[in-house]
Design a protein around this ligand. Structure first.
Ligand code: DP6
Length: 321
């Protein structure tokens, strides 16, 4: 009853921020993401009748015994399989954890993939997407590679892979501006935004149109329009964050410097756009042919600690471990 899985984080081009139902972790809005092939989470799950509770060892450190989200995912999987055993989960990220690089997305995608295999649950079981979503709203997107689309559908969500990594040669350059974990988790922050930002209603009301246009851009490989839409979605989300009480200011001076560098490059004719999540890291999306140029420009921005560049990745999968 043991399996190991690998998943990549993803970054949303059309963002998710806010929930329509907290208990089932249902997002208020759909989202569209690219899978970051350069970053990896590897997770091994062992179900063992000798364990008195679920154990999580994250990046070599055993976590405090309460992990409600992890246990909720494992409970849902145990219910599907009929297994009653507790689990030991050993998870390693090869990138900073909890710092706006979507470690929870790759973490829960790898967890659900490994745990399902360890329990003998079919990898095609559609409920695995909902179980990953319990862990993190962005995690179902990391079950897919290339470009993933998550939509609200009835009283649930639906997910599809819009294109594979082979369909569009895109790369993502991550400008790492800190290796330190953030103070406010996305989960707490988005609930605070829903309760206090005067712009939250507008964010929800204008989101669907952005999503539909971005889907068309991906289908038509229209990079320039996608660039404009993705930056707009990112800045709209950050406007909601900034106008939350107390404010959620995830940017550092280096974040802004990297954004301005990317805008300057695009004005100079280089196809590239930025996106930023709940942290100060900047991700630049570009055709793979210009990734080297984008990487060296971002590496030269004062305050950028390092860059990580990679093509679009594949979905979560079982690996030898
Ligand atoms: C800013 O998926 O981490 O990265 O569902 O509460 O776990 P929970 O939140 P999470 O939020 C992601 C927010 C974001 C935007 C995005 O990835 O769409």
């Amino acid at each position: 009853m043991r399996a190991c899985a690998m998943a990549h984080p993803n970054v949303a081009l059309i963002k998710y921020w806010g929930k329509r139902e907290a208990a089932a972790n249902l997002p208020a809005v759909g989202s569209l993401s690219v899978t970051l092939g350069a970053l990896r989470t590897e997770t091994t799950v062992v179900f063992d009748e000798m364990l008195s509770h679920d154990v999580l060892i994250l990046n070599g450190v055993e976590q405090p015994s309460e992990h409600p989200r992890l246990t909720a995912c494992l409970d849902a999987l145990r219910a599907l399989s009929g297994c009653q055993f507790n689990a030991q989960v050993v998870s390693e990220n090869d990138f900073p954890t909890g710092a706006g690089l979507a470690s929870s997305a790759s973490g829960y995608a790898a967890l659900v993939t490994a745990a399902a295999a360890a329990l003998g649950i079919d990898a095609d079981e559609p409920r695995l997407f909902d179980i990953a979503r319990i862990g993190s709203g962005s995690a179902p997107r990391s079950l897919y590679g290339g470009v993933a689309l998550l939509r609200n559908e009835g009283d649930g969500t639906q997910i599809e892979q819009l294109i594979t990594p082979e369909d569009w040669a895109l790369s993502v350059v991550v400008a790492v501006t800190t290796e330190v974990a953030k103070d406010t988790t996305s989960r707490d922050g988005m609930e605070q935004s829903r309760l206090t930002s005067p712009y939250y209603g507008q964010w929800i009301a204008t989101h669907e149109a952005d999503l539909e246009r971005a889907v068309d851009c991906v289908r038509n490989r229209d990079f320039d329009t996608l660039a404009e839409l993705a930056e707009h979605s990112c800045l709209k989300m950050h406007s909601v964050m900034m106008t939350t009480r107390p404010p959620l200011l995830y940017w550092s001076p280096t974040t802004l410097a990297a954004m301005l560098k990317i805008l300057t490059m695009r004005n100079d004719g280089v196809p590239v756009f930025f996106t930023i999540d709940a942290g100060p890291q900047v991700k630049a999306v570009c055709p793979t042919g210009v990734a080297g140029e984008v990487e060296s420009e971002l590496a030269g921005v004062p305050g950028v600690l390092r860059t990580i560049t990679g093509e679009l990745g594949y979905g979560a999968r079982i690996v030898a471990g």
